[in-house]
Design a protein around this ligand. Structure first.
Ligand code: NCD
Length: 321
């Protein structure tokens, strides 16, 4: 098992080595193959219960964890903050204890406050997976992005990646910088100064405020949404001016090398950070990122919950009956 996962949780990319990340990506190949089968299901986690606890909205992350758990034959439990007893004043800790008492073996946690997945991990013996904590980390997004880049570009070593947009409020940016640079990529952050962290000490990146100047030397253009829910002051003069300087339109996409790819973690705001025509460009691999999210999360769940179990059974095995 990967050392980074030995304490039984996946809380962030921080602290993971290239070898550990690659081990997860290699395992993902196997689950990607299973996902292509007519019946994409194996009995690997039969009898295990996986709970999703989302205190923030999500489409992709929640659905893909849920799909991954089902493809591994685990039982699933869904907690949604809006419809729970939180609205009656119940604490986070009580909520976690209740879900544990129902027999959850793993808690997949999304929360607006940085550090919440770690706090929950301190309270429970169940496996905790961070599905996004405030502006801090979103490790499975970074793993699925690294997998997608490996799929399209062969290797991340030496790859020139531009991360464009609201870096400061993006947990995806933090986790991706850590994962991409660990795997040997050269990352340039492209953003107005107001959307960059106040200190980049310890970030192994270059910085540019000029998107047009960067595009010609870019193999992967990774666009980020303006995280309005986490922006409390006027950090950009107006959305129109932001789009003018940092929006990816067809003209800018034409500056990219022809073999470059365009990524976005979703949800996209068409006409802001990415134009509809660019999202439809064959170089945009946004739906590959979505599909790979399921396979990567299967690999992570199997690593954390499948110790001692048979990895894969053939398509004729029980899960496919
Ligand atoms: C991201 C998130 O929630 O951090 N989305 C995702 O998980 N696919 C990025 C975003 O919301 O912009």
């Amino acid at each position: 098992m990967s050392n980074a996962l030995v304490d039984g949780n996946l809380l962030g990319i921080e602290g993971m080595t290239a070898t550990e990340i690659e081990e997860i990506l290699d395992l993902t190949d196997i689950f990607a193959e299973i996902s292509q089968r007519p019946i994409p299901k194996v009995p690997a986690l039969r009898g295990r219960t996986i709970a999703t606890l989302f205190f923030e909205n999500s489409t992709r992350t929640r659905l893909s964890f849920d799909t991954a758990a089902r493809r591994l034959s685990a039982d699933t439990m869904t907690f949604g903050a809006g419809s729970s007893s939180l609205s009656k004043g119940e604490s986070l800790r009580d909520t976690v204890e209740v879900i544990e008492a129902y027999g959850a073996d793993a808690l997949i946690v999304r929360h607006p406050m940085a550090g919440t997945a770690q706090r929950i991990a301190n309270w429970t013996d169940a496996v905790v997976i961070n599905a996004g904590d405030g502006c801090h980390e979103h490790p499975t997004q970074a793993l699925l992005d690294a997998y997608t880049l490996r799929q399209h570009c062969g290797s991340l070593n030496g790859l020139r990646i531009a991360l464009v947009g609201d870096i400061d409020h993006s947990r995806v940016a933090r986790s991706n910088v850590l994962a991409f640079t660990a795997l040997g990529a050269k990352v340039t952050l492209v953003a107005p100064a107001t959307l960059l962290p106040s200190s980049l000490a310890g970030w192994p990146v270059e910085v540019s405020h000029d998107l047009n100047a960067v595009l010609e030397q870019t193999d992967v253009c990774y666009l980020l949404r303006l995280q309005h829910e986490r922006i409390s002051e006027g950090l950009i003069p107006s959305v129109r001016e932001y789009v003018n300087d940092f929006g990816m339109n067809e003209k800018r996409a034409n500056l990219l090398p022809s073999e470059a790819i365009i990524c976005h973690p979703g949800p996209t705001n068409r006409g802001v950070e990415i134009d509809a025509a660019v999202a439809a460009d064959p170089r945009a691999v946004i739906l590959d990122q979505v599909a790979n999210g399921v396979s990567v999360r299967m690999a992570v769940l199997f690593l954390l919950l499948g110790a001692g179990r048979d990895l894969i059974e053939s398509p004729t095995a029980e899960g496919n009956k």
